[in-house]
Design a protein around this ligand. Structure first.
Ligand SMILES: *[C@@H]1O[C@H](CO)[C@@H](O)[C@H](O)[C@H]1NC(C)=O
Ligand SMILES: *[C@@H]1O[C@H](CO)[C@@H](O)[C@H](O)[C@H]1NC(C)=O
Length: 364
């Protein structure tokens, strides 16, 4: 799968081709013996779970997936997600969506599974106004079923060397705290208390994955949500700054608390190792000066979007997808996903305290 996708990109997207060669080279040469990659969280990583659920948060229609072969897969971008690219860099296939697997294939899928669900957050009530989604707790319950029912013998030997990638928390703000017409959380909790609630809940959820055997974690912080086109478009009164800085300040309370929460887990749980992916700093800088990062039209989403921020079905997207930061009014184009995954895998600025390659090579 990795090879055929890469050659497809090679023909269709020139600026990605060099990077994808690098990807395949890295997978083969990193020497990392990573048996599997497991994925949890939200629409940045969902690879099709929501296709199987009654929800408004779906992306299995054109123009989503236009740069992947075949039908739209349910990825919330034009091509692959950051999780897909990290898997490629590890030399693994793209982890399939859990809900797409039959009972029989669940028992033979040993290289990893994707449980992520668009619209979900850390809290169970987050995202449910949009219909049925897999909450993070439900995703972890399915992983528990994978470990205890589907693959008990294989996984007990390999989970400690596997990589766990998790992007969550954005929707606890976008679909919950910042939606007072649907949720009373902003009346119930001041900003710092809400961030603490999220961090405490997430700490318990990570502890459950650890108890089930996970050791090597890649945890995404929150991106620059105040710079999302959907947040900017709904700002009232109209902005005098490029981004909604009140929103950035609000979500950075969570981002600022994440390092110490992860550090606490590492000191409390024997063998827990993490990479923290700082999405905010890069996303913010790219939005302030897209041209500097090679995105000629970084502030206009590629597709025509509706009030939800999602692409309107059936419309043609822009043709200069490598010049945009955003595919719809919420989600980045795949080139952004690819570059971030590459930075986080090899680099030392976006991901700390170690990069993913170092995480993969660590003895546990
Ligand atoms: C907030 O809403 C929940 C359910 O929607 C309700 O159980 C709770 O009592 C409400 N809290 C406040 C302070 O209004
Ligand atoms: C996994 O699921 C079983 C069965 O529901 C439950 O008893 C167990 O506590 C779960 N494991 C963890 C670590 O939560």
């Amino acid at each position: 799968m990795t090879v055929s996708m890469a050659s497809y990109f090679f023909m269709s997207i020139n600026s990605l081709s060099f990077l994808l060669c690098l990807t395949m080279f890295a997978g083969k040469s990193s020497g990392a013996t990573v048996p599997a990659m497991y994925v949890f969280g939200d629409s940045l990583l969902d690879s099709g779970n929501n296709n199987f659920l009654q929800t408004q948060t779906k992306s299995n229609y054109t123009p989503y997936g236009i740069d992947l072969p075949g039908e739209p897969t349910g990825r919330f971008t034009n091509g692959a997600t950051g999780g897909d690219f990290i898997a490629q860099l590890l030399g693994l296939p793209h982890p399939p969506a859990y809900l797409s697997l039959s009972e029989a294939s669940r028992k033979i899928t040993t290289t990893g599974i994707n449980y992520a669900s668009g619209g979900s957050g850390i809290l169970s009530e987050t995202g449910t106004i949009l219909g049925d989604i897999l909450t993070l707790d439900e995703q972890i319950n399915y992983f528990n079923s994978t470990v205890t029912n589907d693959l008990p013998t294989i996984l007990s030997a390999s989970l400690a060397r596997s990589i766990f990638v998790i992007s969550t928390g954005s929707n606890d703000y976008l679909n919950n705290y910042l939606q007072p017409q649907f949720s009373n959380s902003s009346q119930t909790y001041p900003p710092q208390e809400f961030a603490n609630l999220l961090l405490d809940t997430f700490e318990q959820q990570l502890t459950i994955i650890y108890k089930l055997g996970g050791r090597k974690f890649v945890v995404y912080g929150l991106g620059a949500l105040g710079c999302l086109p959907i947040v900017i478009a709904s700002a009232n009164p109209k902005l005098t700054t490029l981004c909604v800085e009140d929103v950035n300040n609000l979500i950075n309370i969570y981002n600022n608390g994440l390092p110490s929460m992860l550090q606490r887990l590492a000191s409390r749980l024997q063998g827990f190792i993490f990479v923290r992916a700082d999405l905010f700093a890069l996303g913010y800088a790219q939005f302030q000066d897209p041209v500097k990062f090679g995105y000629a039209d970084g502030r206009t989403p590629c597709c025509d979007f509706g009030v939800s921020g999602m692409c309107i079905p059936g419309q043609n997207p822009c043709s200069d997808r490598d010049n945009r930061l955003f595919y719809d009014a919420i989600h980045p184009v795949q080139l952004v996903n690819f570059q971030f995954a590459g930075d986080c895998f090899f680099g030392n600025s976006r991901c700390t305290p170690i990069n993913i390659k170092q995480l993969a090579l660590k003895q546990s």
